[in-house]
Design a protein around this ligand. Structure first.
Ligand SMILES: [Zn+2]
Length: 268
């Protein structure tokens, strides 16, 4: 009797999930990467925008730093629409005050505006790629073995008393010249030795709009279009661009939505 009751309860709990055949990996919290799994003949819309579903049923999306509204996931299968609504949990971000900086470190001089604009266009283009690469569903690895986390995602920066853009990366301080490993298989979509803010910069496409960016590199050892395997050496730690010391700053994006790299590396 007891066992029958148990089976009955379990089946009730599992039934809606089974019927829908959809699973999520990742926390519905600001800045988080979410990996979804469904049946391949299912169409998925995140806030009304359709996302790619791979042949084996994987899809990905992310939650912005300041998102407050619930996220709506529309699941369309055999002309039947199911709407899933997920609450987004808020985070508290650190406030980082840095004073005594030279004026040009807080506000870039006018003569570099054109250069900054060009850099931003290149980065934006690389991040807008919506390829079929299947790597986003795999486990990411840390790009540096020995390092100290010196900066986290989301922190608000106040430079010389002026609020500036939040910091969206994860900073790994390490000795200049330390080899950097690719966190995941991917294709190089940007490789530039000298960008104004980011210095030596690489962007990798991992598929479905998921990209990673590495910055301030001393050496950039890959070329655009190159296919890279997880763990391959792609360059070395430096302090190029706007950097206060040798470190690797890693970024994670879902298209133009900036996500927390710690959400895929499980670093807190
Ligand atoms: Zn940083």
């Amino acid at each position: 009797m007891k066992l029958i009751f148990k089976i009955f309860v379990i089946s009730i709990i599992l039934m809606p999930q089974n019927l829908l055949a959809i699973e999520f990996k990742g926390e519905f919290i600001q800045g988080s990467f979410i990996l979804g799994k469904t049946k391949s003949d299912t169409r998925i819309f995140i806030d009304k925008t359709e996302v790619k579903v791979s042949k084996d049923g994987y899809f990905a999306f992310g939650i912005g730093r300041d998102r407050k509204n619930d996220i709506t996931i529309n699941v369309l299968k055999n002309e039947k629409l199911t709407v899933i609504t997920k609450k987004i949990y808020k985070r508290k971000y650190k406030i980082q005050k840095i004073n005594g900086l030279a004026k040009k470190q807080v506000t870039p001089p006018k003569e570099v505006y054109e250069r900054i604009k060009k850099d931003n266009i290149l980065i934006g283009k690389a991040r807008s790629i919506n390829s079929n690469l299947p790597f986003f569903k795999n486990k990411f690895m840390t790009p540096l073995k020995k390092s100290i986390i010196t900066g986290v995602y989301g922190s608000q920066r106040i430079l010389n008393g002026k609020p500036r853009r939040p910091h969206f990366g994860l900073d790994f301080a390490a000795k200049e010249g330390t080899p950097i490993k690719a966190m995941l298989d991917g294709t190089v979509t940007l490789a530039n030795k000298d960008m104004y803010f980011t210095g030596g910069t690489i962007i990798f496409d991992h598929g479905h709009g998921i990209s990673t960016l590495y910055m301030h590199m001393k050496d950039v050892q890959v070329k655009i279009g190159q296919k890279v395997k997880q763990g391959d050496i792609v360059g070395t730690v430096g302090q190029t661009g706007r950097s206060t010391g040798p470190h690797l700053d890693v970024r994670l994006n879902w298209f133009d939505v900036k996500l927390d790299p710690a959400s895929v590396l499980k670093i807190k």
